[in-house]
Design a binder for this molecule. Structure first.
Ligand code: ACM
Length: 559
């Protein structure tokens, strides 16, 4: 057999389709897979006269209606009317159903389509929004076309008659983006949020501060972005090459820009969780305000290479005042209940050698530097709790004792998450084994430079957020899962998309769809349609699992 024949047969075997149906448009290839979908005879056809029907006096309903109109108009070239006048024919109806007992949770929706109308009912605007995402996926992929000047001809804007019942398995369905190792402009961040929303993901963890750059304007401390937002040079190639580009690099978001992104995300039912790293990963902050470090007179620098650095905030009253002031501005910008305070990879060497840090250990009756970190985080937690917020931290915050109300983000495997859930603390699973989207997704020699590791789509899809070690009661503390996109080796938005998609599509199904509906072979089949949508959206998705382009069985073995 030639390679091509092998490819084609592999596609047919994996897709489980006859050659006839594999070439047909799969009109119910929704990702993430809904809880229940029934397809029947007949179809609904969108035309110029179709109206979007909804309670336009309700701002949230109007927001969903406007977004639906924008999407449908830009794909079709129509100028659809939005109306609140009841009518039964040729409408797409968006309705908030006040009888919440009809729904499993607040993000649920019901979507029915028949020849004369489409109806989305939900207990909340979020549910309507997710119903809209499913509706869009029922149309041909050209529905994602956003350029009015490129309205496709000869597309029938029809969807099959369906009855969909749907709701998410987990309330936390997250994506993270590190904008510190490399900086991504507002336009890209919005696009990233749009793609999340398309996949019914609802938490964006914005990693804003790091050793290599401070990316959020803080009015009271302008040097954070004047100095901390910039580095003199950047490592070229893999860690350890010792080669640097010698170019000043940086950037930051103004508070106005942050407000704009928060508002944009809110309209897409995405909550942004900002991360302000402490006590480690603090080089950029210390380069800006060296008096916050433990070593007097040290010439702290914004780092130009990757890794873990010893620079750490000193646990002085001056540092706590600084962090409280920073967090006050952060809270003014981000309405999120959760603020991420980092807590990972904080070497204790400078605390061991610092008179001040040792005095705090003595004064507070602490055992060691790990307990000092716990004291540090607990003080920050007290401050945030007093202001009605909750902290999330990386799983190192378990060491030395968890702060009383902390949520743990389990990244060094699921062990930290298990330990936290057993202590009845909320948990978000984000283990490196499955959900680090900075890892390779193919044979490294054939891939763009990545940090290492190996996490192909199939591996992501196999992730189960509830570990077997937890009892049913303990498992309720697992709020969901998140993938992390660290950007040491990701310099452009294009490459972020390559690393994130389609892996994020797999994660969306892990976090949204019921376990009983998760099936790799069927996901892979639906993913083929999804690649077409991503293509229309011009997303630079990795193509390893795209059966329409050469994928060789020996490569699959290697995955
Ligand atoms: C991490 O990857 N250091 C949370």
């Amino acid at each position: 057999m030639t390679r091509w024949l092998l490819v084609i047969s592999l596609f047919l075997i994996l897709s489980g389709c006859s050659s006839d149906s594999s070439s047909q448009y799969q009109s119910q290839d929704i990702i993430p897979e809904p809880v229940s979908i029934k397809v029947s005879e007949g179809k609904f056809e969108l035309d110029r006269q179709t109206k979007i029907l909804g309670d336009t006096a309700n701002t949230e309903v109007r927001n969903v209606a406007n977004q639906l109109k924008e999407k449908l108009d830009s794909a079709t070239g129509y100028d659809l009317a939005i109306t609140s006048e009841q009518q039964s024919q040729n409408v797409i109806s968006l309705h908030i159903d006040s009888d919440t007992a009809n729904y499993i949770n607040s993000e649920a929706y019901q979507l029915t389509s028949a020849e004369d109308r489409v109806s989305i009912e939900a207990p909340s605007a979020a549910g309507l929004f997710y119903g809209m995402q499913s509706l869009l996926q029922l149309f041909p992929e050209q529905i994602y076309q956003t350029d009015y000047t490129l309205v496709p001809q000869n597309v029938e804007w029809t969807i099959p008659s369906v009855e969909i019942e749907d709701y998410p398995r987990f309330k936390y369905r997250g994506m993270h983006l590190d904008v510190a190792r490399h900086f991504f402009p507002v336009k890209f961040v919005k696009r990233y949020i749009d793609l999340m929303a398309m996949h019914k993901m609802n938490r964006f963890h914005w990693h804003l501060t790091e050793d290599q750059g401070w990316r959020i304007e803080i009015k009271q401390y302008p040097k954070l972005t004047e100095i901390g937002g910039w580095r003199d040079s950047t490592l070229v190639g893999h860690y350890g090459t010792g080669i640097y580009d010698g170019e000043r690099y940086g950037g930051f978001y103004t508070q106005e820009e942050i407000r704009e992104v928060v508002d944009y995300a809110q309209k897409r039912h995405v909550t942004i969780i900002p991360e302000i790293e402490m006590p480690g990963h603090a080089s950029a902050a210390l380069a800006s305000y060296p008096e916050l470090g433990c070593i007097e007179g040290k010439d702290y620098k914004v780092q130009t290479t990757w890794g873990i650095f010893e620079d750490i905030y000193c646990p002085s009253e001056q540092t706590f005042t600084f962090l409280k002031n920073v967090l006050t501005e952060v809270m003014q910008l981000f309405p999120s209940k959760y603020i991420h305070i980092g807590g990972d990879e904080a070497p204790k060497k400078q605390w061991k050698e610092s008179e001040l840090a040792q005095q705090v250990i003595q004064r507070e009756g602490l055992k060691d530097e790990k307990e000092l970190q716990s004291y540090f985080i607990t003080r920050i937690e007290e401050f945030l709790n007093k202001n009605g917020r909750q902290i999330i931290g990386w799983d190192e915050i378990l060491e030395g004792g968890l702060a009383p109300n902390a949520t743990v983000m389990s990244w060094r495997g699921t062990e930290g998450g298990i330990a936290a859930a057993k202590q009845h603390h909320d948990v978000v699973m984000t283990p490196g084994s499955h959900l680090y989207f900075d890892y390779y997704q193919g044979v490294p020699e054939t891939e763009p430079l990545a940090i290492g590791g190996f996490s192909p789509v199939k591996e992501v899809y196999s992730f189960e957020p509830i570990p077997e070690e937890l009892t049913v009661k303990e498992s309720k503390f697992v709020m969901g899962a998140q993938a992390n996109v660290w950007t040491e080796y990701i310099q452009s938005g294009n490459k972020v998309e390559y690393m994130a998609y389609p892996r994020a599509a797999a994660l969306s199904e892990v976090t949204w769809s019921p376990k009983s509906k998760q099936n790799w072979t069927d996901f892979w089949r639906r993913l083929q349609t999804h690649f077409d949508r991503l293509d229309v959206l011009d997303v630079n998705a990795a193509q390893h699992y795209n059966g329409k382009i050469p994928v060789f069985p020996e490569d699959i073995d290697a995955w």
